[in-house]
Design a protein around this ligand. Structure first.
Ligand SMILES: Cc1cc2nc3c(=O)[nH]c(=O)nc-3n(C[C@H](O)[C@H](O)[C@H](O)COP(=O)(O)OP(=O)(O)OC[C@H]3O[C@@H](n4cnc5c(N)ncnc54)[C@H](O)[C@@H]3O)c2cc1C
Length: 311
């Protein structure tokens, strides 16, 4: 049997939980679905110091507070229930999950983004066994060890600086001859005695036994390969939006896959809104995800109820 809801929110991160608080308080019957536990990506941050109202809070605590708040106002949250398909033609929007099929008058798509993989042999095998995508989450496990950072943008530089305070040696593997990062970050890195940058170098393979033990590197100018003993590989080559399902159902994205939204968080499909890191809006922070989630919720309310005071 198909369950009917006013609004279905896909993704219980900062954007989705904020949207849920507003849709429920607006009187809309709201279902929030998440393939993992609710709270979203901010739970990965060891500490958050820039979210107003909390001068310092762990990402896990902030995620939990948002989830508790959303549940307290009355949202139904189904955790560990991935959405696998969307059918968006027609007035009712159908959402298929691993467990059921639901229909709603409006959808809010807030699935965030995922770390880009470098795509080499050993990367998947050693994920969580030395291969990491989050310096602040996993860096403390490699105190006094030798680590590499793959990448050359701002994120790679910030992670390098962070790891330089923990690891004995940090090698930065960058396939170009210069960083694409802010000048201050680049100069801070050059001042670190335990950081070595390997320019024009690409990672070819990650090797190990139960844990990462070494990486095979290739100089892309000379073509020479070498093996470097390391304990961890931090892949820092950016993020990609979790927009595949929406795109497959006809939601328009930009060339990088981010969902295009207008100022009302409306996508090209009527009744389908998007919020947070999955959208083409440039700032990817908790505060902006919260704001976009709220806007999406109130616009979904207007779309469903068409109140007289909104045209
Ligand atoms: C290590 C780290 C540190 C950070 N530190 C800060 C900071 O200090 N301050 C700050 O403001 N921001 C910080 N950020 C950024 C912040 O976490 C994000 O901007 C914010 O979480 C985006 O919220 P969101 O709701 O758009 O996405 P997310 O929080 O990523 O939530 C998306 C949710 O969608 C779910 N989902 C995805 N696909 C599906 C599917 N098919 N079916 C069901 N559910 C699905 C996911 O499981 C996830 O729970 C940090 C990010 C990281 C990675």
């Amino acid at each position: 049997m198909i369950e009917n809801w006013d609004v279905i929110i896909i993704g219980a991160g900062s954007a989705g939980l904020s949207a849920g608080i507003y849709t429920v308080r607006s009187g809309l019957k709201t279902l929030i679905l998440d393939e993992k536990l609710p709270g979203g990506t901010i739970a990965d941050a060891s500490v958050v110091v820039n979210y107003p109202g909390f001068s310092e809070i762990s990402g896990g605590d902030l995620a939990e507070k948002m989830t508790t708040h959303c549940r307290k106002v009355g949202a139904t949250i189904h955790e560990l229930e991935p959405v696998v398909e969307l059918v968006l033609e027609g007035e009712k929007k159908a959402v298929k999950t691993s467990r059921s099929i639901y229909e709603a008058k409006a959808l809010i798509y807030s699935t965030g983004s995922h770390y880009r993989e470098v795509g080499v042999k050993g990367e998947k095998e050693f994920r969580g066994k030395g291969v990491s995508y989050c310096g602040v989450c996993d860096g403390p496990f490699f105190k006094g060890k030798r680590v590499i950072v793959v990448g050359g943008g701002n994120t790679a530089c910030i992670t390098t600086l962070y790891l330089s305070g923990l690891a004995s040696q940090v090698f930065v593997i960058h396939r170009r001859q210069a960083f694409r990062a802010e000048e201050t970050l680049v100069s801070d890195i050059s001042g670190k005695g335990n950081v070595s940058v390997m320019w024009n170098t690409e990672i070819q393979e990650i090797k190990g036994d139960k844990q990462v033990r070494s990486v095979v590197l290739r100089d892309n100018v000379t073509g020479e390969t070498s093996e470097l003993a390391v304990d961890a590989v931090f892949v820092q080559i950016g993020e990609a939006p979790n927009s595949q399902l929406a795109k497959a159902a006809g939601v328009e994205t930009d060339e990088h896959g981010y969902i295009k939204v207008d100022l009302k968080q409306q996508t090209n499909v009527m009744g389908v809104f998007a919020a947070g890191d999955v959208t083409d809006q440039p700032i990817k922070q908790v505060g902006t995800a919260v704001g976009q989630g709220i806007a999406a919720a109130l616009e979904a309310y207007s779309f469903i109820k068409r109140p007289y005071y909104r045209k």
